[in-house]
Design a protein around this ligand. Structure first.
Ligand code: BJW
Ligand code: ZN
Length: 300
């Protein structure tokens, strides 16, 4: 049976759901000016993901990988949250849950937001609720009920000591100064000794702690790597009876498999996407359109 586009029946099912999860993809941040990966204008039309989004590619030639991530970071820094991020963040407010999700088994907790995006915008949308959420509820919303399964563009990990640091600075800004690297495909080339190095402390073998200096990599999840939070996601989805899928082509595993996992346990699935995708055949509801418009209508 093809999915329904009836908002009232979706809202009714949502009010009755006992445990709700949201799976988000690049379409969630499209209205914020961040390009998606596939489809028109998609990042993978311009870039070879084997080269810029795999550990093998990084080991062979790290410079273009850093250049690519430097560009994404600049795009993310220039972006701001949109209405779809805002309405999802609003589910962290108890009074909104009382209205939209009144059947939750645990009414004191927001639904789990699993995002494949590494732009940090879902967390930023929660920050804007700081006057309406207690510090405990804010902590829960940001650290227990938000999983950035493909990592975060503002973090980097040292391949030598494994130290992970967070930085909103553009590491490579100095190296690129004057060379105007404004696009991901700029021909400006980085030398190996210009690539970011670890400034964290590590055991240096002589009974003292010092600067490690090892090579850094972006702390994002590349192809062939295991996404973050898989254990927590699996446990949560076991009991999820409503999965809301927003702005993803649902091609990349393991995220794409979450849809079947919920359906197989008798749960319902609602898609909010700009266009039809293969996996929405399994959905109970499909709302085609821009999620920054359709989500506030359905959840508002
Ligand atoms: C809107 C909108 C608007 C636009 N409103 N909608 C062969 C078969 C099966 C699997 C594999 C295979 N070969 C390899 C694999 C595994 C691989 C995989 O799935 N590959 C497929 C491509 C085939 N997966 C992996 O390697 C993953 N790891 C893994 O599987 O480990 C083993 C494992 C096993 C079991 C358990 C656990 C682990 C890792 C995947 C890592 C993905 N990383 C990237 C980031 C790289 C960039 C970087 O390094 O900086 O993550 S790739 C890229 O794709 C990014 C995204 O998060 C991810 C998903 O993309 P998303 O979000 O769906 O974006 P799009 O562009 O595809 O779709 C956007 C949608 O939005 C479109 O439909 C638009 O219409 C819509 N839209 N505007 C609503 N306004
Ligand atoms: Zn280090």
């Amino acid at each position: 049976m093809s999915p329904s586009d009836d908002i009232a029946s979706f809202q009714d099912a949502l009010r009755k759901a006992k445990q709700v999860a949201i799976l988000a993809g690049a379409g969630l941040s499209a209205a914020s000016g961040i390009p998606t990966y596939r489809g028109k204008g998609g990042i993978w039309h311009e870039h070879d993901h084997d080269k810029v989004a795999s550990l093998d590619g990084f080991k062979k030639d790290p410079a273009p990988v850093w250049q690519f991530h430097h560009w994404i970071k600049q795009v993310c820094l220039a972006a701001s949250v949109n209405d779809a991020h805002r309405v999802l963040a609003s589910l962290s407010l108890p009074e909104v849950r009382g209205k939209v999700l009144s059947g939750l088994k645990d009414p004191s907790s927001p639904p789990l937001l699993i995002t494949q995006n590494m732009d940090g915008l879902s967390s930023l949308a929660l920050d804007s609720l700081k006057d309406q959420l207690s510090p405990e509820d804010m902590h829960k919303a940001k650290h227990e009920r938000l999983i950035e399964m493909h990592g975060n563009i503002y973090r980097q990990t040292c391949l030598q000591c494994r130290h992970t640091s967070v930085s909103t600075d553009c590491h490579l800004a100095d190296q690129f100064a004057g060379s105007k690297v404004q696009s991901s495909t700029s021909s400006a080339k980085l030398a190996l000794d210009q690539l970011p190095r670890c400034g964290g402390s590590s055991w240096n073998g002589s009974n003292r702690y010092g600067k490690c200096g090892g090579p850094l990599r972006p702390a994002v999840v590349w192809f062939g790597e295991i996404p973050e939070g898989m254990g927590d996601i699996g446990r949560y989805l076991n009991w999820t009876d409503m999965l809301i899928v927003v702005g993803t082509s649902a091609i990349v595993q393991p995220a794409a498999g979450f849809i079947k996992a919920v359906k197989d346990r008798g749960g319902k699935v609602a898609f909010f996407n700009l266009e039809k995708v293969e996996k929405d055949q399994d959905a109970d509801w499909l709302f085609l359109g821009r999620c920054e418009e359709t989500l506030p209508l359905a959840l508002g």
